[in-house]
Every structure is written in C-alpha cells, then in structure tokens.
Design a protein around this ligand. Structure first.
Ligand code: ADP
Length: 770
C-alpha cells in the first residue's frame, strides 16, 4: 500500500520536475548564448569608442603642441632675435611664461642657423631656469635641429619619443625621461631662415592621456610603428626602441598572431577566443618618417562575461530553491490527492484478502467521493453475495459429506473390497472396510498418510511378488481400460493366504477424462478350492474311465478283426458303431483329462529335437477322409528344409491336430484350407487359414474360453466340445508363444501361432498331455 502512495506522489513530483526542467534546460543555453553575444558586442562597441577617444585626445594634444611651436616661430619677438641677438631677454621671458603656463614643456630653445643655442630655458620639478650663456651648446649635429631646419613655413617637426640622450657620447638619463621634440624654423620678412624654435615635451606627462579613467591603474598601451612599447603598464617593457635599447620587448612577441593586424589594420578591433583587443592609430606628424603610433587595450572575455556568470549562478540558485519548494509542494498536494485513492486501494486489498466488512471513508464529494460510495455499495453487495455463497457452500459440503458418508457406509457393507485410487498416481482416495481387511490397514485414507508397512504383499500363486505395474489398477490408470486378473494372492503376516479376483475400471468425469480408477477385490480362495476339487474330480474320473474304455476298444477291435469268429454283416456294422462311439468317448475323456491337467497346472513339457513339418503332415493325413468327403483343397506352404527345433512333439501335435481339424470341420464343401509354416526373426509362425464359416464378431473374444462354441457352427457341426482351442492356447502360452486369429463370418478364419525358434522350456509335472 505504501508503494502506491509513494508512487503516485513521487510520479507527480517527478513529472513536475521534468515539465519545468526540460524547458529550462532547452532555453537556458540559448538565452545564455544570446546574452553573451550581446554583451560581447556591446563591450566591443564601447571599447572601440573608448580607444578612439583616447587616440583623438592624443592627436589633439599633439596638435596643440604643434600649434604652440608654429605660434612661437611666427612671433615678431622671435623673428626679431634673428637680427638682434642681444634681445634674447624678451625670448627668455616669453619662454618662461610659456613654461609656467604649460608644465608639459621641459625645455624651450632657440637655435640660430648654425645650430648654436641662443636661448634655453629648462624646467625641472616645477623650477624654471634660464641657462647661462656659457652653458649654451651647439646642437648642429642633433637630429631635431637637422630635421627642424628643413621644415617649410607653417610645418612642424615632431620627433619620435626618445629618452633624451644628452652629452657626448649621449647618455641615457635614468630614470628615463621620455621626451618629444617639436621644432619649427623661423623665417624673416624675405623668407629666409634665421633660426629654429625647439620645444621639448615631457612625454611621460603627455602619455598620462593613456590612463583609462581617473581611478584606474590601467593604461592603454602605446606602440610605435615597429611594435615597440612606448607606454606599457609593465614599465620594463617600455623603450625597447631601436634608437636606444633593444630589449626584445615588442607587441609582435607578445601577440604573435594579431600584432600585424593591430599595427596595420583599420577595423579598430580584433576578437580572439579569450579576448577583445581594440586599437586606434595616432599620427603625431603626417610627415614623420617613423610612421604612426598605435594605442590599444586588451579586454579578457572572462572579465567581460563575469557579471553574467555571477547572474547565472544566482539565477540558478534561486531557481533551484524555488524548484525544490515547488517540487515539495507538488509532492504534498499529490499526497493529499492520493490519500482517497490509497483509502480505496486499502479497501480493495482488504477485499482481496476476503475481508468483506471493510468500508472506505472519503468525505469529499468529488469523483473520488462518488467512487468510494460506489465501492461501499459494491462491498455491501459482495458481502451479501459472499454470505449467501458461504451458506450454500456449507450446505453443499454437508450434503456431500452426508453423501460421502452414505457412500462409505454402503461400500463398507459390500462383501467385496473396493479401492478407489486417484489418477494418475493411484493414491488411495477411498478404501472400504473389506478392502482394508484384504489389503491391510496401511492403505486407509481415513488414517491420514498411506503407510506401506501396513499394506499386505500381493503375490503370484507361487509366492513371488506380483509386479505392481501388472496389477489391474495400475493397468487401468495407465491405459484407461478395464482389467481383470484372477491369479493374485495376498499373504498376510500371520501366514494366511487369500486368492483374489481383482477387477479395475476407470472413473471418468463428464468430459470423459479419467479422474480415478476403482478396483474391486473378491476373495476367490473358496472358489478356487472348489474348482480345483472339480478339476481333480474330472481328472480322476476321466482317468478311471480310460481303463474300461480302452479295454472296450481293444475287444471291439478284436471282434471286428474276427478274432472271436466270423461276424455277420449286421453284427459287424453294430460293433463298428460301438467301436466309433467308444473312440469318441476315449477322445473326450482324453480331452477332459488334458483340460484338468492344464487347470491343475500339472502337465509336463518335455522338449526334444522335433520335426514340426513331419508332425504337421501327419496331423493333416489323419484328416484325409474328412477332406475327401468334403472335397476340400489343401494348400501347403511349407519349407521342406525347415529346421528341427527343440519342442515337445506331443504338444506340437495337439496344436496342429486342433487347428487343422477345426479348419476342416468348419469349412463347407469345396473350400480351401491353407497350412503355412515359416520363420520370422526369432519365431516359428504357424498359420492355418480356411474359407469356412468364420467366427461372429461379437463372440470372437470368447473363443479361447473353456467349453465355448460359437452360435453359427453349433447346428452345422454338432460334434464339438469347445475345449480344443482352450488347450491349444494353454500349450502355446506355456511354451512361450502366442496365438491369435482374424475371422470374418462366411468368409473364413486365419489362426496364427508363434513359438520361439530357440526352443521351448521344460516344465515339470505329473502327466503329459495326449
Ligand atoms: P470345438 O471345435 O470342439 O467346438 P474348439 O475349442 O476347437 O472347440 O473351438 C471353439 C469354437 O471356436 C468352435 O466351436 C467354433 O465356434 C470356433 N472355431 C474354431 N475354429 C474355427 C474355424 N476354423 N472356423 C470357424 N470357427 C471356428
């Protein structure tokens, strides 16, 4: 029951999880991707603009400085100094004022046409000083002089940023003092050059433009046209310029794949897997031969995306909490909904276990409430039905019990033993009183389990155990046929011995299926004793009758032979009749004697090498007169080379005599009698066929019983005892052979006999058959 509850509630909760989870799982990656893309795109735009702003700021500043130098070179006071060197004071004042106003300038100079410094004002740590005359130098060899003096009117020379190497040989000042120089020639009214104005700018201050915002410690990176760093957050990387030191620090080394794109490209942005790099070019001077500078900055994508990752984690966490709460709520709600179902299934389970008193209580008026009501109505009806059924079963059981008792009483009073064994194993179901007396109390099913120690042994006449599968009941259980046996004996522990006739028959149900077998046991000890006495009486009396009959035979034979004198024709005829009658009597008495020997089991079998063919032919010749009389055709299918076999010649003769005489006797005139002796496998096969009256179908099963004669021959052939085939069958079966026949009325009969080719067994007894 617990399972159902959990199952439904859990299933609902799982369904909820799936319904909510699947869209989330499908949509989340799409949304996340879009957001990422958007963010990257936005950032790209912002940083491009940011870099562009910085580059234009720088260009503006450069312009400012250029303008300063152009302005100075055009000032009358400067122009005038070309003519009057003594007026340099006004230039010193001018320079000093300029440097006060703009701290960017660290040196301002005026050089004459020969490169000789005429005026130089230095600014160091905010202190502005005019350099005395004796310290002024000739800068004719300096590159900035050479470049500046070449300029046209209105154009300016802007130097690359250098480290302000002074002295001879030039020394790099330390810490580095990056400097840019702006120079412009001074023209007189005639247009010839009088000197050069040179302004040195502190590049480090100028580079502060590259700072990204006030609070930021990050800088944009500035590289020259060869990719050397002019400004870099890592100071060691700076100034690897070929003019000064080749430290090897270069954008081409740090960003190998994309350096050229940054230095030469115009797109302003390069996007790699991990970063976005925005760049912009700065042209300090269109005429400058060292090309242009590039400023750029690198943005790590991971940093850009960091906010969404955080948001994602937050959303996932919130969603997870909400989801767990919802799943729990769904679980609770479904539990509430499943409660009535559980009640119902509990009720149903109780019902299943036969507890029909169980009722379901559900107070809601919804479908489940209705279902519970219907369930209870059904329960009432079922309970009613069940009670009725129980009563009926009880009544019926009682009736059956009574019936069974009555049956038992009836059976117990029967004078025969009855044993009912169930199919297919034959276990005792019912044994009546007499049955228990006969078979032993161990078989009584009323005593509980069968106790085979208390079952008496069933034996053959000679005391050997009767094989159980040859007993009638097992035969019936196996074959479904009736089985009757009279040669079963039961020996009790006290030594008493009872002869039994056991007959068993199948018990079939309405579908003709065998459900049991019944065996009836009859004590035939007395019957057998009487039979034996009768047989012994017949044996004795026929034996006694043989002596007088033999002497009658002899004497009548002698009379007929004329030993007592010549007889008249009438006398001879009469005596011949007496002789024939006596002969018949002798035959009959012999037959009776044979039968009694067979019944008593006392006849002898004495095997010896026997010529079957010879005996068969001799038996046939004895019938010559009848054959002729009836004009019968005899067909012999006999192998002349038939082997000599070990058999009792007397018994073989009886077999041939009976079968052949019957065939002749029961075949009308002009019929055919066929005798065949063959061998097949390990058997001799004797076949006697005729075209005679045949045996009616309904009497064929009785043909081998004692004294039986079929209806169809009794009138036609009044001579007959009905004992011949009984004797033949006994001989054949005692010799290890078989006998059977096929017959059709008015068409003929074929008798078959088999005998073992290896010979027959000897049997001890008191007398041989004649
Ligand atoms: P009997 O011939 O003396 O009557 P048997 O025991 O030899 O006794 O035969 C029993 C019966 O079997 C016969 O009475 C006859 O009805 C039937 N029978 C035996 N052999 C044949 C046969 N060849 N043809 C027809 N019926 C036969």
């Amino acid at each position: 029951m617990k399972n159902i509850k959990n199952n439904i509630a859990i299933k609902l909760a799982i369904s909820f999880i799936l319904i909510t989870l699947i869209p989330f799982m499908v949509l989340a990656p799409v949304v996340i991707n879009n957001v990422r893309k958007q963010l990257i795109d936005n950032t790209k735009e912002i940083i491009i603009e940011h870099t562009a702003t910085h580059s234009s700021d720088m260009e503006m500043l450069l312009n400012d400085l250029e303008n300063d130098v152009v302005f100075l070179s055009n000032l009358p006071v400067i122009k005038k100094i070309a003519k009057n060197v003594d007026d340099r004071l006004s230039i010193e004042i001018l320079y000093t004022e300029l440097m006060k106003a703009k701290s960017t300038y660290v040196q301002t100079r005026y050089l004459n046409n020969d490169g000789q410094e005429v005026v130089r004002v230095n600014s160091k740590n905010g202190v502005i000083q005019t350099v005395p005359n004796q310290l002024l130098q000739n800068k004719a060899d300096s590159y900035y002089f050479k470049e500046a003096i070449k300029q046209q009117e209105g154009t300016v020379f802007v130097s690359p940023i250098d480290l302000n190497m002074e002295g001879s040989p030039p020394q790099i000042e330390f810490p580095y003092k990056p400097t840019i120089r702006f120079g412009a020639p001074v023209f007189d009214e005639t247009g010839s050059i009088n000197g050069v104005v040179v302004l040195n700018v502190d590049a480090s201050e100028f580079l502060s433009i590259l700072r990204m915002g006030d609070d930021s410690n990050e800088y944009l990176i500035l590289v020259d046209s060869n990719g050397f760093y002019l400004s870099h957050p890592i100071k060691e990387k700076e100034w690897g310029s070929p003019i000064d030191l080749d430290t090897g620090e270069n954008i081409k080394k740090d960003l190998p794949g994309i350096a050229n794109q940054i230095l030469l490209g115009e797109e302003n942005v390069v996007v790699t897997d991990t970063s976005i790099i925005s760049y912009a070019h700065v042209s300090p001077n269109e005429n400058a031969d060292y090309g242009r500078w590039t400023i750029y900055s690198t943005y790590q994508k991971s940093k850009i995306l960091a906010p969404i990752t955080t948001i994602l984690i937050e959303i996932s966490a919130i969603w997870l909490i909400v989801f767990i709460i919802f799943a729990f709520l769904v679980f609770l709600i479904s539990k509430r909904f499943t409660k009535p179902i559980i009640e119902l299934s509990k009720g149903a389970e109780q019902f299943g276990q036969g507890n029909f008193k169980e009722r379901v209580v559900i107070r809601s008026s919804d479908e489940l409430g209705q279902l519970a009501k219907s369930f209870n109505v059904m329960a009432n009806q079922l309970q009613q039905l069940y009670t009725n059924l129980e009563n009926k079963v009880r009544e019926r059981t009682q009736a059956l019990e009574t019936q069974k008792n009555r049956l038992q009483v009836i059976l117990d009073n029967l004078p025969v033993g009855v044993f009912i064994g169930r199919a297919p194993d034959g276990k005792a179901e019912l044994v009546n009183k007499r049955g228990i007396e006969i078979l032993g109390k161990g078989l009584d099913p009323r005593a509980g389990a069968t106790n085979y120690q208390d079952v008496y042994a069933l034996t053959r006449e000679d005391g050997t155990l009767y094989p159980s599968k040859e007993l009638p009941l097992p035969i019936t259980l196996k074959t479904g046929l009736i089985s009757i046996k009279k040669d079963i004996y039961v020996i009790r522990p006290d030594g008493t011995r009872t002869a039994l006739r056991v007959a068993s028959a199948p018990i079939l149900d309405s579908n003709k299926v065998m459900i049991a077998a019944v065996a009836v046991f009859e004590d035939i000890t007395k019957e057998i004793a009487i039979d034996k006495a009768k047989t012994e009486f017949i044996s004795l009396s026929s034996h006694q009758l043989r002596t007088p009959l033999t002497s009658i035979g002899w004497y009548t034979d002698m009379l007929l032979s004329g030993d007592a004198g010549k007889l008249t024709k009438a006398q001879k005829d009469f005596i011949q009749e007496i002789y024939n009658g006596n002969q018949q009597m002798v035959n009959l008495v012999n037959t009776l004697l044979n039968v009694s020997q067979i019944d008593l089991g006392t006849f002898i079998i004495e095997p010896e090498p026997t010529d079957l063919v010879k005996i068969a032919k001799s038996a046939l010749s004895e019938l010559t007169s009848q054959i002729k009389q009836k004009n019968l055709k005899i067909v012999e299918k006999i192998d002349e080379q038939f082997p000599i076999v070990n058999a009792d010649p007397r018994l073989v003769r009886i077999i041939f005599q009976n079968l052949l005489s019957n065939a002749v006797k029961y075949t009308p005139d002009k019929g055919i009698v066929t005798l065949e002796i063959t061998q097949e496998n390990k058997n001799i096969i004797i076949t006697v066929a005729d075209t005679g009256y045949g045996i009616p179908k309904n009497q064929q099963n009785k043909i081998f019983t004692k004294l039986f004669r079929a209806d169809n021959v009794r009138e036609k052939e009044p001579n007959g005892t009905g004992l011949g085939l009984y004797i033949v069958k006994s001989i054949v079966e005692n010799s290890g052979g078989k006998i059977w026949f096929t017959s059709e009325e008015n068409k003929g009969t074929i008798f078959y006999v088999t005998l073992p080719l290896k010979g027959i067994m000897e049997k001890k007894g008191t007398r041989s058959l004649d």
